[in-house]
Write a protein that binds this ligand. Sequence first.
Ligand code: CO
Length: 468
Amino acid sequence: MNETQVKPAATPLRILDTTLRDGHQSLLATRMKTEDMIPLAERIDEVGYWACEVWGGATFDTMHRFLDEDPWARPRILKQYIKKTPFSMLLRGQNLVGYRNYADDVVRAFVDHACEVGIEIFRVFDALNDFRNFETCVEGIKKNGMHFQGTICYSLTERRMGGPVYNLDYYVEKAGQLEAMGANSICLKDMAGLIAPYDAFEVISALKKKVSIPINLHTHYTSGMASMSYLKAAEAGVDVVDCSLSPFAMRTGQPAVEAIAAAVMGTPRDTGFDLNLLVSLSQKLEEVAKNYSQLLDDHKMAVIDTGVLLHQVPGGMISNLVNQLKEQNALDRLDEVYAQIPKTRRELGNLPLVTPTSQIVGVQAVLNVLFGEYKIVTHETRAIVQGLYGRTPAPIDPEVAEKVLKSGGAKADRTRIDCRPGDVLSPEMDKVKTDTAGVAQSEEEQLICALFPQSGRQYVEKQRKEST
Ligand code: CO
């Protein structure tokens, strides 16, 4: 090749690599072991990624629970090989890497240790897009001088962006709020793969006008539209998109980096990546991917989930609904449940459907179909109505709120709060320290126990037995 032809693009599309986190979380139930990442790690560093997502999401849970690995060790080990590329993690706001709101002292300690093990970019999200749930995390991230990537969960109530809640103004306003909070970049997180190419163009164009910090689009291939949406987002000026190496790409994962890099080659958005290097990395990954192929969902030929195009219900949520109905011997009522989901969701304040709200809405919708609307109410539905997860994107239906609050019986707490949910939680670390005295030998181990009182403690106890 003529060397003079190779000059950097004017505005290269930057790529965040998700192979080592969302890639295997989406396709292989987050089961990739650290030892299998090492053969790839050194050369991943040569690609020129904007960042590598290596931690957070479900990794902390699966590592200690199923892989018998110390969750804190992974970023430390990978840092020995990936020295230049910054590490990013997905942090569920006040839920950290667990499934409930933790007290502020747990959040502070967690963020400090995450910085210490090498995380530099914190992608922080909240299932309700209530940014008050970011406050304590952000304090810690800023104190440590790290990058706060403020996240907006992308959601729809109609076929396409628009309607009374999730319209263009909603996203633009949220982006303004994040910039005002001190975000270093913004992630638009489309966890269900709903974003349509022309909506991506419209929303990214509007966000670029509104804020001056970089915009990162995250989506999933689930509906089959992801690569088209990236291309339109690139045309609209998106700064960063998330991709995986091809063996861990597409299906319910991210678009493949090789295809995205090739698609923009020779244009002003050329990534500058060496396609030969990417392909050799994928070949290397294919070798270890064999160890995990039994985890891949191949029960049907189609690699896309057409259900998402029809009713916007994320794939993972559908399989849970089917299981719940099977247990009740009521699988024939699945269509009624599909009709009930948008209704229940609207009544509970039009929540985005992402962990944990997808579960909360799904389970309640099934109960509403089987036993009558809000005759049986889950603990979590009550907590949503009480404001314990935060403020919902739209108001909760007042009649539904009353039914839900009454459902716990005369003695049940009916208080509704409108403050930051973390404000009503008492500190937890001292109690964890007392409870784990003689078992946990470091604050990192105490945090494993604080986040996962059962499985975490079991893991830590096992370490003690093995070291004696
Ligand atoms: Co994702």
